[in-house]
Design a protein around this ligand. Sequence first.
Ligand code: PLP
Length: 450
Amino acid sequence: AFADPAAGAAVKADDRAHVFHSWSAQGLIDPLAVAGAEGSYFWDYDGNRYLDFSSQLVNTNIGHQHPKVVAAIQEQAGKLCTLAPGFAVDVRSEAARLIAERTPGDLDKIFFTNGGAEAVENAVRMARLHTGRSKVLSTYRSYHGATAAAINLTGDPRRWPSDTASAGVVHFWGPFLYRSPFHAENEAQECERALAHLEQTIAFEGPQSIAAIILESVPGTAGIMVPPPGYLAGVREICDRYGIVYILDEVMAGFGRTGRWFAADHFDVTPDLLTFAKGVNSGYVPLGGVAISAEIAATFDQRPFPGGLTYSGHPLACASAVATINAMAEERIVENAAEIGENVIGPALREIAERHPSVGEVRGLGVFWALDLVKNKETREPLVAYNASGAANAPMAEFAAACKRAGLWPFVNMNRTHVVPPCTVTEAEAKEGLALLDEALTAADAHTDA
Ligand code: PLP
């Protein structure tokens, strides 16, 4: 195993002196210095290797250092590193076409951004200008990014400190049977009641004031709640009836994560706008965007779109997207995500749930799974309470530490751990990680009533 503790210490010292980290109390963090990564693994400077069951921030769908993507970035860097958004450039044109060929329905025009939050900002801007209305509806259990509009649309507590600019945002409850806000007893009831609740929210807010409804097709960070059959189609019907723009946020769920190119494909639903980032190029170079319907694109045929970014459609980012999408198609990476989810991860997690008193529910699809950890399977009381600090609670921190000691890098948010390895994960790697997870859950079991 690679080891160079002195180099690691130097990296760490500069980090602690000068890097200001996201979402953190700067004096309370201890970031791991990482020396390298390949495929489903990364390693530190002290001889430790980690199986990445988080895909970083659920973005390395193609794994680390995919040779075809690395080569494409190197080749593009040798040719043309950057060009302003106003020009037509080969890799930008090709990336837009490859994305448009895969997005549902008539979402055939692509506005490129540097990431997910900017995609959400611009989708909302398009919806407001297209409708001439201002309000946007989003769910409480959601994450849409950390810029001004995106953080207000976000339902989770990361919104609270930034709520000052929340004008025009209204939150409602999406469907989530295990913790049903509607006291529903089955998926059909949950779907019907969630749609009725949305319809009532619209009636009381005033349909003529609502520009858009934004939903994650499968909510990610908030808990991987696969919507019940009929829900996303029901929202489509409501949007059509009231002239509301339907935005599906596929920043996390898109590009293979659910075992299809887009999560919306599971439900045969076409939104008016679809936001993407992360998996589009696995984050090798920052990239996101909005896929736009013909009707909304036409709004800006004769009238300028009042939005833009210096790096919109950056050539290095677009070259990496072209290589990523082509590699995913050639190597059946989306199919791999579906097969591993159905044949390996899903069955193993259900077995794990039977063995562990802390596992209240298993849910997901593809390489997109959540374990809802509880104090008590009967009452479903969460292992840690809904809270403003996300992952920082002691029982979950102990569980995460147990995973890391065993060589597994987990994704942890509040009372959940998500099993979100790369879409390229092999059966052997998945089984290795699931065995380590199984063991580490003993640390969570210790905090249950059992
Ligand atoms: N939307 C969803 C569904 C996300 O999961 C995220 C990030 O996790 C974002 C938007 C924000 O993306 P970014 O962090 O690239 O701005």
